[in-house]
Design a protein around this ligand. Sequence first.
Ligand code: ADP
Ligand code: MG
Length: 255
Amino acid sequence: MANILEVKNLFKVYNVKSENVVVLRNINLEMQDGEFLILFGPSGCGKSTLLNTILGLETISSGSVNLLGKQISNLSQDQLADIRKNNVGIVYQQPNWVKSLNVLENVAFPLLIKGIKRDVALKKAKEKLALVEMTNWTEYYPVDLSSGQQQKVALARALINEPKVLIADEPTGNLDYKSSNSLMGIFRDLSNQGISILLVTHNLVNLDYADRVARMFDGQIVEYIDAKKISEKKLDEMLHPTDVTNSTSYKLSFN
Ligand code: ADP
Ligand code: MG
């Protein structure tokens, strides 16, 4: 399989008060095995919706999504849940913790609920915590850690099933500049170790950690950028997007 992900001519339309709102318009996106791709764009441009359609958490209106060689729209809810649980690591802006468990147990939790033996699960959790430089915090409770530390632990938990691909929705959204860079550095290291990463951000300082950036605006991918070749001028352009898209024509075609 050449590509981890293939999104073709994807549209997502929400019906709000009997009016169709086109949230994703003709998205075409391919991710190669091992690639670190950032989806960048302003709040409300459709980034989370795109991730959710890729993960099968939202239905698609038309087009197709192929994730890890599987056509998402052909799968049952159970099969989708199985892929999310076993083949993909997911990190959100805000981690969810089992409050009664410490850091080590929270990271091991996905294995423990699968019935894997406790000592095996905890050993694996320790390995993952080492990858995110959180070895010294195993006995703490997640809520006693800083937001940046919690995101590292959340990343360790996302890695516990040895996923081929990590999907992260604004993982640095709540973090200060320093913690944000520290977390992005870990994503970069993981990428260098061969994990494929699809990461959403609206923060420009995150971009050069990736291989490639897909810039979104108003439900569309407006350009692909080599992350290593982003100039000051380009950054300024991206900060002040002037793309004009004609939403009316799309709206009509779905009415
Ligand atoms: P982003 O993650 O880039 O901030 P989202 O994907 O969350 O953007 O949202 C994109 C657009 O879709 C927004 O205009 C949002 O209001 C709209 N949207 C998201 N979910 C729904 C929904 N369930 N029903 C109607 N509109 C929605
Ligand atoms: Mg979002």
